[in-house]
Design a protein around this ligand. Structure first.
Ligand SMILES: Cc1ncc(COP(=O)(O)O)c(C=O)c1O
Length: 365
């Protein structure tokens, strides 16, 4: 079955976008962004070149400093998207003779990056740390003494919304001297008191080799950054091809990324989102739907339906009732794992969440 581009329908109640905090539609972000641009005296519509040639606008330095401070790390390097960031990192950092262990449900951008690189790859069972440890132990004895091991996971899995036991994973990585890489695309703006993501929430910043944060989800803009050491930043600037051979972001994108972070810090939207997640979870339980959902602390909640047609029909029925909930189909998820992906937002009301669950209960009976 071929994919088709859907029409955007703003009249529906949004339970499908990644705009978890409503920042993509918040006019204050573009107002503040415009002021930041004015202060920079920047009239360019576009970057005018790659970052290594003419595209390295002064706003890049300020945005990267803001990101490093916000995320408690030594440095941040902005990429044009999360896809580019993962591609650039995994194609260039792990070397021939190294090994990358990745969760079997890892995002396509990470898989593609690993495939472009020269390191060996091995997948481990989803969120299964016993399986990961066994594989590391087995592989380590075969590696040359200077080989590096990378372990990559997502702090919130993009389709199912579940999370690994990151504390335990960090401890395993420490024990076996592995470099832990965490994609925080769906946890920024969602997890932790101030929405910094799972790594700062657990206080394990120093135990993580690199983090990927993206701005197209809760931040409501576009772009991404790799967080890590100064040395990593310098390395990526020299070797990550998806960073080097592309035009930089336009100045207004960088201004809006800064403005969106300010807006997130100055509003209660993260708290409202977390309250909504708590409410949704308690309603799932109250309505006896717990067994149908994958357990999640995040904004993404997945109702498994196990069949393409059932998932598509459920999504269509919800649309008739003005709810925008998307069916997630193979090959985005493995065959037989099809279901509905429900994204919660700070702006969803309790009544909307209740009505949605009542409909879902009817559909899944
Ligand atoms: C876990 C994860 N990493 C990376 C990306 C890519 O980010 P972007 O949309 O900025 O390219 C996504 C987006 O779908 C994602 O879900």
């Amino acid at each position: 079955m071929l994919r088709k581009l859907p029409e955007k329908n703003n009249a529906l109640i949004d339970f499908s976008s990644n705009d978890y905090l409503g920042l993509a539609r918040n006019p204050k972000v573009s107002e503040v962004g415009a002021r930041i641009l004015e202060n920079e005296d920047s009239a360019e519509n576009g970057a005018t070149g790659s970052r290594l040639i003419t595209g390295n606008h002064g706003l890049y330095t300020k945005t990267e400093k803001m990101l490093a401070d916000f995320h408690h790390c030594a440095s941040a390097l902005v990429f044009n998207s999360g896809y580019d960031a993962n591609l650039g990192f995994f194609a260039s950092v792990p070397q021939r003779g190294d090994v990358v262990f990745y969760d079997e449900l890892i995002h396509a951008s990470i898989r593609d990056g690993i495939s472009l690189g020269n390191a060996q790859k091995q997948k481990f069972l989803h969120n299964n740390l016993k399986n990961l440890e066994e594989k590391i132990r087995k592989e380590k004895s075969k590696l040359l003494p200077d080989a590096e091991i990378y372990v990559v996971t997502e702090s919130v899995f993009s389709m199912d919304g579940d999370s690994p036991n990151l504390l335990k994973m960090a401890a395993i990585c420490k024990e076996y001297q592995c470099n832990l890489v965490v994609d925080e695309a769906h946890s920024v703006g969602v997890l932790g008191k101030t929405g910094k993501g799972l790594v700062p929430h657990l206080g394990i910043e120093k135990e993580v080799f690199a983090r990927i944060v993206t701005f197209g989800k809760a931040i409501g803009c576009h772009g991404a950054a790799i967080l890590g050491s100064e040395y990593l930043k310098e390395y990526l600037t020299n070797f990550a091809r998806s960073f080097i051979y592309t035009t930089g972001l336009p100045p207004h994108s960088l201004a809006n990324i800064q403005a969106a972070h300010q807006q997130m810090a100055n509003s209660d939207s993260v708290i409202r989102l977390q309250e909504n997640i708590g409410f949704f979870k308690s309603e799932i339980k109250r309505m006896g739907l717990g067994h149908r959902f994958i357990d999640s602390q995040s904004a993404i909640h997945c109702l498994k339906m196990g069949n393409v047609e059932v998932a598509k029909n459920a999504s269509a029925k919800l649309k008739e009732a003005h709810f925008d909930v998307r069916a997630i189909l193979s090959p985005t998820v493995p065959l037989g794992e099809e279901g509905l992906r429900i994204c919660l937002h700070s702006f969803n009301t309790k009544a909307q969440m209740e009505d949605l669950l009542i409909l879902l209960k009817g559909l899944s009976e």
